[in-house]
Write a protein that binds this ligand. Structure first.
Ligand code: AMP
Ligand code: GLY
Length: 439
């Protein structure tokens, strides 16, 4: 069968790379894809992004099903549009995607269904928001309610910072309409983890756990980014805690969405804080997989992803199970100069071709692309790999321990170069410290 993946990041490269490994899958189209998906055997990029054009393409090519990578097309209603044409597509409809699209919807939903999360209040008027901040004190967290590409959250350590954030969002309209409402939230301390599941609207299949690193620089300093590296599984979720997360968070979401007549089908990502007293609190929901969490998760997945997604589309996820590589996978993001504020594009990337040449099919690492393009795409002799976005590559490697996976990933990343490349040097450090202390 032929499949289609929507998106152009490292997450979509990893999903498409995994799907094409299935003997049932002849071809995976990626719309629009990147240089990584352009070069991968069995994958083909298509330069189509408008939903009606995608529908026409899927009909013409008799695509068996489509997988949506990022949140923007979900917010645009791609799932509803495909379903109106009786085309199979994996992801939540626009209404169910409110869990990610609107933080105020998500917070109110969690309150209605007793799902643990930070205490909060929502505001559309700056005056009332300022008063609330003065009552609550700092540190405190300010969030634009709408989609702001991961930039709409300000963790304010001082009252001055919190007040400035309110003015920025509600008065200066820094995030446009995404910031017409703000959520002001209790500041939580603890360890952040990512918990991603698949749902068919009724049943749930949890994927392997992971941990992302959102800050730009080592030691979790610098501005928030889309994610600078991730590993899977994380030692911070014990089997007992896994059961607790399913019971307190995941099942109540799926049941709650069904009760509210917006059954949830798709990947569901819960960003969780594990507090020092081992409580679990939801920081956010995403209605898609995480980037870069997907890269290590897909490198470890041994099951046929196309079969899992078909079960999800047919409502039979209870009849499926996942098998995982027992090793740890760790991905290091190499970002462009100026990321996340204003990434520089167009720098030539070297070292990759040599790495791939000596790479056998054993797949103990894989380099997933994000912001990359091939100049002269149709001319193999002349084409050149250049950067085209903030996050450029995610170098993902397996290892028998978290420490070894980390060493392997950095050894490979060290052989790739582009002008201004920036990466963190400590991906996995919290997990490594925790494992060391528990010994
Ligand atoms: P979000 O997009 O809501 O996940 O927030 C982005 C980042 O801000 C999270 O990954 C956390 O690091 C941080 N954050 C969000 N909410 C809180 C909170 N209530 N307390 C502390 N940090 C938070
Ligand atoms: N890695 C965080 C996200 O995908 O939202």
């Amino acid at each position: 069968m032929k499949l289609l993946v929507i998106g152009s990041g490292g997450r979509e490269h990893a999903i498409a790379w995994k799907l094409i490994q299935s003997p049932r899958v002849q071809k995976v189209f990626v719309a629009p894809g990147n240089a990584g998906t352009a070069q991968e055997h069995g994958l083909e990029n298509i330069a189509i992004t408008a939903i009606p054009d995608l529908i026409e393409f899927v009909k013409k090519e008799t695509i068996a099903f489509t997988v949506v990578g990022p949140e923007a097309p979900l917010a645009e209603g791609i799932v509803d549009a495909f379903q109106a044409h009786e085309l199979k597509i994996f992801g939540p409809g626009q209404k169910a995607a409110q869990l990610e699209i609107s933080k105020s919807f998500a917070k109110d939903f969690m309150q209605r269904h007793n799902i643990p999360t930070a205490a909060y209040a929502s505001f559309t008027e700056a005056e009332a928001a300022h008063q609330y901040i003065d009552q609550q004190g700092a540190p405190i967290v300010i969030k634009a309610s709408g989609l702001a590409a991961g930039k709409g959250v300000i963790v304010a350590m001082s009252l001055a910072e919190a007040h400035a954030a309110i003015d920025d969002i509600l008065v200066e309209h820094r995030f446009g309409t995404a910031g017409s409402e703000v959520i002001i939230e209790e500041f939580l301390q603890g360890i952040e983890v990512s918990f991603i599941v698949m749902s068919d609207g009724q049943h749930v299949l949890p994927l392997a756990t992971s941990q992302d690193h959102k800050r730009l620089n080592d030691g979790d300093t610098g501005p928030n980014t889309g994610g600078m590296g991730a590993y899977s599984p994380t030692p911070f979720i014990s089997p007992g805690q896994h059961a607790q997360i399913m019971r307190e968070v995941i099942y109540p979401v799926i049941q709650g969405m069904t009760q509210e007549d917006t059954p949830y089908t798709g990947f569901l990502y819960a960003g969780l804080m594990i507090t020092p007293d081992r409580q679990v609190k939801v920081l956010e929901f995403n209605c898609r997989m995480g980037d870069p969490e997907t890269q290590p998760i897909m490198l470890r997945l041994k099951s046929d992803l196309s079969v899992l997604i078909e079960h999800a589309l047919n409502g039979t996820l209870d009849q499926s199970e996942t098998e995982w590589d027992r090793r740890i996978a760790l991905g290091v993001v190499m970002a462009a100069e100026g990321y996340p504020e204003s990434p520089v594009k167009g720098d030539a990337i070297t070292g990759l071709a040599e790495l791939m040449e000596h790479h056998n099919a054993g797949e103990d690492f894989h380099i997933f692309h994000s912001g990359t393009v091939l100049t002269d795409e149709n001319n193999e002799q002349a084409h050149k790999l250049v950067t085209s976005g903030g996050r450029v590559l995610c170098v993902t490697a397996l290892g028998d321990s978290l420490k070894i996976a980390q060493q392997n990933a950095y050894e490979i990343a060290g052989q790739i170069e582009f002008r201004g490349a920036h990466m963190r040097h400590d991906i996995g450090y919290q997990g490594i410290e925790y494992i060391h202390q528990s010994k």
